[in-house]
Design a binder for this molecule. Sequence first.
Ligand code: MN
Ligand code: MN
Length: 303
Amino acid sequence: MLTDEEVELYRRAGHIALQVKKDVERLIKPGVSVLEICEFVERRIIELGGRPAFPCNFSINEVAAHYTALPNDELRVPENSVVKIDIGVHVQGYIADTAITISLTPRYENLVLAAKEALEKALEIIKPGIRVNEIGAVIERVAKSYGVKPVKNLGGHNLAPYTIHAGESIPNYRDFLSLWKIKNESAYAIEPFVTNGAGVVKEGNIVAIYALKKAFKVKSLKRDELKVFTYLSKKFKTLPFCIRWLHDLELPEENIISVLEKLSKRGILHKYPILVEVKKGIVAQFEDTIIIHRGEVIVTTRS
Ligand code: MN
Ligand code: MN
């Protein structure tokens, strides 16, 4: 059962995410700095009383997800590109996860509409007791009606306090193995991804986002490793973070990266490389967060 207080926290996070989404949409133009956009999103979340649940994801064209600006990033929004902004907000650990796609060329409007309509149709049918592969089937059907493909190895997920992917995935296609059902008194992110490529993403070679696997004490860490680990576990618990967020560690960037590398080799830290469409297809995504309370579906990132 979600308590009234928990419902309120989910709603507050959703409300902030919605506002930030509206604010950032106006900034997206060719030539704008990706670093400035990411920092704007994260600053705005805090101004509105939330905390970022993960670094602002700003993924361009064939990059489906997990890019965020690196420190001193000089990347700018390219002309005629398709950009995805994925925003995470939490209020005391209760998360809102939402994303939009903007096409800066009429050429990919169709792809963007496919992702948007897939999300609308998924939200129309979602209710407690529905099998998640029925949601996937709807997403797949809409994508195909636009002549594009769903991205099969990305999908929605349930949410729990301080946990973005709480263990259950909602496929973007009719996956016969995804038999579990949407439950009352829970929270989910629904996020159709569609592409004009093969419909599969793979890890790319840029890592901009990390998360601790466990936030409790780990034995026999060296001095710098312990300093970084303690800082991360206090500040982010197991939520994702990026190097831009680590400046008050007061360590040179190279040292931070080498410590993160060591923590990851020891299995303490998870790296989230960028996800790229295997045939370099353009990818579009829309995402909203819902909670189901007393049998009623509430889209927290809209109302
Ligand atoms: Mn998201
Ligand atoms: Mn998500």
